[in-house]
Design a protein around this ligand. Structure first.
Ligand SMILES: [Zn+2]
Length: 262
């Protein structure tokens, strides 16, 4: 959370408060956010090496630990700090202002290498992360287990949902869609003992019905794979991200990040 960067004399506060109440009553929530706030939401999957050259899909989804290390160093050098998706929600409500260079580092699918490879590097740079978990894979070989999720959540990592079975959500019946949304949240909340408020659409696939189901299931934000820079005044249930493809050069990564700074 970030406090307002100014203080007001006491007698002004009543007037400011009255103004805020009137403004709250007369404008939609989206416009309460201070203008020009931008949020870089980077998207990663595996953090690993050793993917065979023949596995093109796997290569694209896999960033080497040394590359992640170099990328995070660049982020910190450029003044980026980690914020959370809860901070984005608070900024949307006008309750906080995001720092000028704010980032959310997201890791999709809940692979075990987040714990063994990514998290030690993130900690070294004082950065946090959001991990999107396929709840039906929890504890399976190659995936994070519940005790690891608890440890990560205690250390400040945002544990978020990514469905139960990673289906293409727009293709599901209403009942199956609701189950994927609600059951993934329930399973993660049962593991963590704390609320799960954020979601990522599997493969970025969503439509109006899927978005409505995310709202119905109680999620405050949902991210897509649509390319772009997030802002508090955008629809929080269809947030864009910037995908970091495996094997890109550091200068390509800097180019990607520079997109957010324009
Ligand atoms: Zn996924």
């Amino acid at each position: 959370m970030f406090r307002l960067p100014f203080r007001l004399p006491r007698r002004w506060l009543a007037l400011v408060w009255l103004g805020l109440v009137l403004a709250w009553a007369s404008v939609p929530a989206a416009s309460l956010a201070a203008p020009d706030q931008r949020l870089l939401i980077l998207m990663y999957h595996y953090i690993r090496t050793g993917v065979p050259a023949s596995d093109r899909l796997g290569q694209g989804l896999s960033v080497a630990p040394a590359d992640l290390d170099a990328q995070l160093r660049v982020l910190v050098q450029r003044g980026y700090v980690s914020v959370t998706l809860d901070d984005l929600v608070a900024a949307r409500q006008g309750e906080t202002v995001l720092p000028p260079r704010a980032a959310v580092l997201t890791f999709d699918d809940g692979y075990a290498d987040f714990y063994t490879a990514a998290w030690p590097i993130l900690q070294r740079y004082g950065l946090s992360a959001t991990i999107y978990i396929i709840s039906g894979k929890l504890g399976q070989p190659g995936y994070l287990a519940c005790d690891q999720l608890r440890e990560l959540a205690d250390a400040g990592v945002t544990v978020a949902a990514h469905s139960v079975t990673h289906p293409r959500l727009p293709a599901l019946s209403d009942a199956a869609l609701a189950r994927e949304m609600r059951e993934s949240r329930r399973q993660l909340e049962e593991c963590l003992g704390q609320p799960v408020r954020h979601f990522a659409y599997p493969s970025g696939a969503y439509d109006d019905r899927v978005r409505a189901a995310a709202a119905e299931a109680g999620y405050l934000t949902a991210t897509t794979t649509r390319y772009g820079v997030a802002r508090p005044d955008l629809d929080p249930l269809t947030l864009p991200r910037l995908r970091v493809f495996g094997g890109i050069s550091l200068s390509q990564f800097i180019g990607l990040v520079a997109t957010a700074e324009r």
